[in-house]
Design a protein around this ligand. Structure first.
Ligand code: ATP
Ligand code: MG
Length: 354
């Protein structure tokens, strides 16, 4: 029987609740499609940091490294200064495990309202592929004369052919398997050096994918096109910072953080990929049991796809979509929209949906 080892960082706030829902969904499809998933809980996140003073200890990192994939709930806590967990844990894992590609499907499911007029399920189905390790996130630079009128901050951006090629290769393969359209999103008219390298890589790799239609959109123009006409995009490939920004725009048009899933993908397979909902620990609703688990179950579906369990992935996504379609009706009932119940409903649906 096919068998996978999944490391689980449930994390903080709503993380454990939505992760439980995601694991129930994985369990249901693994039984249905005849494979097993063995899980290991890894205690990382704000609670662990506040207890131990360490963000990412060596033992936890080697445990994670031994697994086929990592499922992350959410990490964060108002008591932890901003950046400590983002840089020390999430970005550190992306780099340590060569998760050079961030995958952000932007899909509007029936029954989920988009706040943007004119966006409907039929015209909102694209994937943003973000280079995940470089650009301005490389972090080099410095601040001279801090606190004075002479202060100057330099923030370096790094773009290598190697990392860019990995993201672009992945994007062309994905586009070829989807609707055959790839858009490069950048700011090549201003960021001329990095922009030229991105365009050269897209042209070079694109030559091997003649069946994929290519175009280019500046990131500022993207902020207009994406909400007004998402249907024109299939796969959008972009750099780290632009990807961060347009992914949030994508999450908004697809109905919000409750439904936005992501993968931090290692295209070489040299270390585990990590799958996580886009939302954070949501301290404002933590403990209320009202978090939407869909972002987490959809992230688990991406995880199954990454493990090669295509049918299971499609089924878990379909089950999630089917339950999301019932949400407006459930909202007024005694059950309401409770994380645990929705998770059970998604898992039950995953067990028998066509
Ligand atoms: P963190 O610092 O961990 O990122 P945050 O304060 O940025 O936390 P997010 O988790 O990013 O909070 O959430 C932003 C807003 O979206 C909050 O009001 C939160 O309640 C809401 N939200 C996030 N995830 C969900 C969800 N799964 N279901 C419902 N509401 C959510
Ligand atoms: Mg946040």
């Amino acid at each position: 029987m096919r068998s996978y080892r999944l490391a689980v960082i449930a994390g903080d706030g709503i993380g454990p609740d939505v992760t439980a829902a995601a694991l129930a969904g994985v369990e249901a499809v693994s039984r249905r499609f005849g494979f097993t998933v063995e899980t290991t809980d890894v205690d990382l996140g704000a609670e662990a940091y506040l207890r131990t003073g360490e963000v990412l200890d060596e033992a936890s990192q080697s445990t994670l490294a031994e697994h086929d994939a990592i499922l992350l709930g959410a990490v964060g806590d108002p008591r932890v200064p901003p950046g400590v967990l983002e840089r020390g844990l999430i970005v550190a894992l992306r780099i340590a495990f060569a998760q050079s590609v961030n995958i952000r499907p932007v899909r509007l499911y029936p029954g989920v309202p988009s706040p943007v007029a004119g966006v409907h399920p039929g015209n909102c189905d694209l994937v943003i592929v973000r280079e995940n390790t470089e650009g301005l996130y490389a972090g080099g630079g410095g601040l001279t004369h801090p606190g004075t009128p002479q202060a100057v901050a330099l923030q370096n951006s790094v773009t290598t052919a190697a990392a860019t090629t990995e993201a672009v290769e992945f994007s062309f393969r994905l586009a070829a398997a989807r609707r055959g359209r790839l858009t490069l999103c950048h700011k090549t008219n201003i960021l001329t050096h990095a922009g030229r390298l991105w365009q050269e890589v897209v042209d070079e790799v694109g030559a091997r994918y003649p069946q994929v239609e290519r175009d280019y959109v500046h990131v500022d123009a993207m902020c207009q096109h994406l909400p007004l006409d998402p249907g024109r995009f299939d796969v959008v490939v972009t750099d780290n910072l632009f990807g961060d920004i347009i992914s949030d725009l994508g999450a908004t048009i697809q109905g919000g953080l409750g439904v936005a899933a992501s993968a931090n993908h290692n295209p070489r397979g040299s270390a585990p990929s990590m799958y996580e909902p886009v939302h954070g620990s949501a301290p404002d609703i933590a403990g209320t049991g009202t978090a939407n688990p869909a972002a987490a179950t959809l992230s688990a579906a991406l995880c199954l796809a990454g493990l090669g369990e295509h049918d299971a992935a499609v089924t878990l996504e379909a089950a999630t979509a089917s339950v999301l379609a019932e949400l407006p009706a459930l909202a007024g009932t005694a059950m309401g929209a409770r994380t645990g119940e929705l998770g059970e409903r998604i898992a039950a649906r995953a067990a028998d949906i066509d």
